[in-house]
Design a protein around this ligand. Structure first.
Ligand SMILES: Cc1cc2nc3c(=O)[nH]c(=O)nc-3n(C[C@H](O)[C@H](O)[C@H](O)COP(=O)(O)OP(=O)(O)OC[C@H]3O[C@@H](n4cnc5c(N)ncnc54)[C@H](O)[C@@H]3O)c2cc1C
Length: 457
């Protein structure tokens, strides 16, 4: 029973599991760190979470919240052991209420399930991380998840109206509410969005939902030169269009896609854009026509519009296949999610090409060009193992992050800091912001029991 007090099972009964298979199944996420918890709890309500947290607080036991476990930065990995609190059994959609424009959910609801429930009523929950079938609303709020549609609709924070949170001493906080505007005091809801499970455990969320757009369409364009695709990103926005998604892919990614997905990508393509627009039927049709003309004028050698659901899905399927195509190269893909001011996009991709040449490690860039959030995939040879892999990747990441920060960017736009980016976190935010993080953490969690060992806090 390792570091746990012997009376844990007496105090918490069937809420906690101590067996090895359950602990192992809750020890890691999609990054490559793992750590065994001493126990895993499966509460079903706020009251049960509060009971577990009070016990943990009395005994100074580490507590790590876990949603779908599909994070990319080791955020839910219990590096100091203790109790993992899983939200697997807190998976109820309590209410979808179009009259108030809210959905009330437990934190373990899968993102896609909520989207489907809203869609059945003609309503819309926009945040769309690519992991949405597996990720949870609690995980999305705690990482402030984004996705392609965030260009037009904003990230998860824009949809969180109210929260119930169990604080590290076991008290239950409710903040915000079910109104779309609320300016009562400090923005406590915002404090917990993106806090990566380090300030409290979210046990219920009130989310903003909006009417679903009546129509949508997608448009794919390929360019013989990558800089032309970058120029087109700016031109689309300058022309007054605000697509919900504006995705780009570089030549390395397209080459991998041609090998893996066949001839869906033209042989001469070195830059690829995928746009999605939505709104009223006529407006969408007009916008697709105008965008097709604009992109052709800007040098696109191939454009393809998708106006019905099947065709739109086929274009997104192709875009989603880019990630798989990179994995199929036989190289180990280390996915970073840096953000740069949009005007730096061409320079950034050129910098990655230079890094690639100087270090003999391929770097593939694709992602959310519209908001400058580029998934930068460092492709390490698969025979590079463990320590060697980490040190080669870290050396490259130092250079990459230094460039991003010196150009006004951020080392993460979606995935968070967790374990993966902890080394770079203090220099990324600066000493005063780091001090404030320490002050807030200490004020809410003086024993440092909530997700300890993350973010260098
Ligand atoms: C294939 C793939 C695609 C992805 N695409 C995207 C993308 O497009 N956009 C994007 O933003 N991310 C993406 N991600 C990353 C990841 O899916 C998101 O970070 C997601 O929000 C994690 O949700 P989760 O439920 O799996 O959280 P977990 O991984 O379980 O946890 C993540 C963090 O949240 C904390 N946490 C979880 N639940 C709670 C709670 N109830 N209260 C307090 N803290 C909690 C954990 O302690 C941890 O720090 C992707 C990941 C994969 C594997």
């Amino acid at each position: 029973m390792s570091n746990l007090p012997p009376d844990i099972q007496k105090a918490l009964g069937k809420l906690v599991y101590l067996d090895e298979p359950t602990r192992r199944a809750n020890s890691g996420d999609k990054w490559f760190a793992n750590a065994m918890p001493d126990a895993v709890a499966f509460p079903t309500s706020t009251e049960e979470v509060a009971r577990i947290v009070r016990f943990a607080s009395q005994h100074a036991i580490p507590v790590t919240a876990r949603g779908g476990g599909v994070g990319y930065v080791g955020g839910c990995v219990p590096v100091r052991g203790g109790i993992v609190i899983s939200t697997d059994r807190m998976n109820r959609i309590i209410e979808v209420n179009p009259q108030d424009g809210v959905a009330v959910v437990q934190p373990g609801v899968r993102t896609a399930e909520l989207q489907d429930a809203c869609s059945r009523l003609g309503w819309f929950y926009p945040p769309d991380p690519a992991s949405r079938k597996d990720s949870t609303i609690g995980g999305n709020i705690s990482t402030n998840a984004g996705g392609p549609r965030c260009l037009k609709y904003g990230v998860t924070r824009a949809y969180v109206l109210g929260l119930t949170v169990v604080l590290p001493d076991g008290r239950v906080l409710t903040c915000g509410g079910r109104t779309h505007k609320n300016k009562q005091g400090f923005d406590l809801v915002g404090l917990f969005c993106g806090s990566e499970g380090m300030l409290g455990m979210i046990t219920q969320a009130i989310l903003r939902i909006i009417p679903a757009p009546r129509a949508r369409a997608a448009l794919q364009a390929t360019f013989p030169e990558f800089p032309a695709a970058v120029k087109a990103v700016q031109a689309v926005l300058q022309a007054g269009h605000l697509p919900c998604a504006l995705e780009i892919a570089d030549a390395f990614t397209l080459q991998a896609a041609r090998r893996h997905l066949g001839d869906a990508i033209p042989a001469d393509a070195c830059g690829h854009l995928l746009l999605e627009v939505d709104g009223a039927d006529d407006a969408v049709a007009t916008e697709v026509r105008e965008l097709t003309q604009l992109l052709t004028d800007l040098g696109a050698t191939h454009t393809q519009a998708a106006l019905n659901e099947d065709d739109i899905e086929a274009l997104w399927q192709l875009r989603r296949g880019f990630s798989e195509s990179l994995k199929a190269t036989g190289l180990t893909k280390l996915n970073e999610d840096v953000v740069i001011p949009r005007s730096q996009l061409a320079d950034f991709v050129q910098y990655c090409a230079d890094l690639q040449r100087e270090n003999s490690i391929p770097i593939a860039c694709f992602g959310h060009a519209g908001d400058g959030n580029i998934h930068t995939n460092i492709m390490v040879p698969r025979n590079t193992q463990g320590e060697e892999l980490r040190s080669r990747a870290d050396a490259l990441l130092h250079l990459l992050f230094a460039w991003v920060l010196s150009h006004g960017g951020s080392i993460t736009g979606e995935h968070g800091i967790g374990l993966a980016k902890a080394t770079w976190f203090p220099s990324a935010i600066g000493s005063v912001a780091m001090e404030l993080h320490h002050v807030l953490k200490h004020a809410l969690d003086p024993q440092n029991i909530f997700n300890p060992g993350k973010m260098q806090l």
